[in-house]
Design a protein around this ligand. Structure first.
Ligand code: ZN
Ligand code: ZN
Length: 312
C-alpha cells in the first residue's frame, strides 16, 4: 500500500523516501522535497515511515488528542497549587483537591481509551471516502484560518442547542449530571462526561467538518488537526476556573472563556454555548445573578409599557 501523502507519488518514489527509522525517512524528505515547510516535512515523513495511512491517521489523532489535552491541562493543575493565582480564581474558595483531580484524571483516561479510541481508529477510511485529504503541501494559512473559524461558529450552534436540551429532566438526570459533578470546574473537567454526552456533543467538533467537506468536496486533515487542537484548548480553558486580565475574552468581547462557563457550572442554568456569547445573549439564557437582575428589569419595563398601552 502506497501512502497518499504525495499527490503524484508512486511506489518507487515512496520506496526511495522510506527508511527503517523515522529520522532517516525525515532526512530523505529533507533531501528530495526541500520545497516543503518544516510541518509538511514532518507530516510527509510520518505517513511515508508508517506506510499505512489508516494506522498513521488513527495513531496521529489519538496521540494528538492525548498530548494536547494533558499538555493544556498541566499548566492549570500547576496554577491550582500556587496561592498567588487565587486572586483570579472565579470561585476562590473552591480549590480542587489533588484527590478530586486524580479521580477526574482516571475517569477521563478511561473514557479516552474506551469511548474515543474506536471512532479515532475508523476515521481514515471515512476520510478517504468523503474527500478529506492528507497530501502535501498543505492548504495556505488563510484557507485554514477561514475553515477553522467557520468550525468554531458551527460547533457553537450545535453545542448551545444540544447542551440546552441536556438540561431538560431525564437528559440531565441520566446523562449530563455527570459533567456537573464539579460546581467549580478545573481544566481536566472539560472531557469528564457521560459517554453519550461525549459522543453527541463531540459531533459538533467532528461532525461539522464532515458536513463541510460533504458540501465543499475538499478538506485537509491538517486543518482538522489545527481545529481539534484549538477546540480542545477552548474547552479546557473554559473549565479552568480562572479569568485573567489577559484572558482572550478581554480582547474579544464575544469570546465566552472561563468567566462564561464557570457561571454555568456554579448556577447549573444558563450560559449553554461553548465558544461565543451571542447565542445566550440573543436567546436570553445568560447565567448568574447579574444576568438574572437584568432579565427581571427588562420584564418589568415590558410590563409597564404594556400597562401604559392599555390605559391609552
Ligand atoms: Zn450543563
Ligand atoms: Zn462544563
Amino acid at each position: 500500500m502506497v501512502s497518499a501523502v504525495f499527490e503524484n507519488g508512486n511506489a518507487t518514489f515512496t520506496n526511495l523516501l522510506q527508511h527503517t527509522s523515522f529520522r532517516s525517512t525525515l532526512q530523505s524528505i529533507y533531501q528530495y522535497q526541500p520545497q516543503l515547510n518544516v510541518m509538511e516535512k514532518y507530516w510527509a515523513a510520518w505517513y511515508t515511515y508508517m506506510n499505512n495511512d489508516i494506522l498513521a491517521t488513527g495513531l496521529l489523532f489519538f496521540l494528538l488528542h492525548e498530548f494536547m489535552y494533558f499538555f493544556r491541562c498541566l499548566p492549570w493543575f500547576i496554577i491550582d497549587q500556587i496561592p498567588y493565582f487565587r486572586r483570579w480564581k472565579l470561585q476562590p474558595t473552591k480549590i480542587p483537591s489533588n484527590k478530586e483531580q486524580f479521580y477526574c484524571l482516571k475517569s477521563v483516561l478511561l473514557s479516552h481509551f474506551l469511548v474515543e479510541a474506536i471512532p479515532i481508529w475508523t476515521f481514515h477510511p471515512m476520510c478517504e471516502k468523503i474527500g478529506i485529504v492528507i497530501e502535501v503541501p498543505f492548504p495556505n494559512w488563510t484557507t485554514i484560518l477561514m475553515e477553522v473559524s467557520l468550525f468554531f461558529v458551527l460547533e457553537d450552534i450545535w453545542h448551545y442547542w444540544l447542551h440546552r436540551l441536556f438540561h431538560y429532566s431525564v437528559f440531565y438526570k441520566y446523562i449530563h449530571k455527570q459533567h456537573h459533578r464539579y460546581a467549580a470546574p478545573f481544566g481536566l473537567v472539560a472531557e469528564y462526561a457521560h459517554p453519550i454526552e461525549t459522543m453527541s456533543l463531540g459531533f459538533g467538533t467532528v461532525g461539522m467538518p464532515i458536513l463541510y467537506v460533504l458540501y465543499t468536496g475538499k478538506l485537509h486533515l491538517f486543518t482538522l488537526c489545527v481545529w481539534i487542537t484549538l477546540r480542545l484548548f477552548q474547552a479546557i480553558d473554559a473549565h479552568s476556573g480562572y479569568d485573567f486580565p489577559w484572558s482572550l475574552n478581554k480582547f474579544i468581547p464575544f469570546w465566552a472563556g472561563a468567566e462564561h462557563h464557570d457561571l454555568h457550572h456554579h448556577y447549573f442554568i444558563g450560559n449553554y454555548a461553548s465558544s461565543f456569547r451571542w447565542w445566550d445573549y440573543y436567546m436570553d439564557t445568560e447565567a448568574g445573578p447579574e444576568a438574572k437582575l437584568e432579565r427581571e428589569e427588562r420584564m418589568k419595563r415590558r410590563a409597564v409599557s404594556k400597562m401604559k398601552m392599555k390605559v391609552q
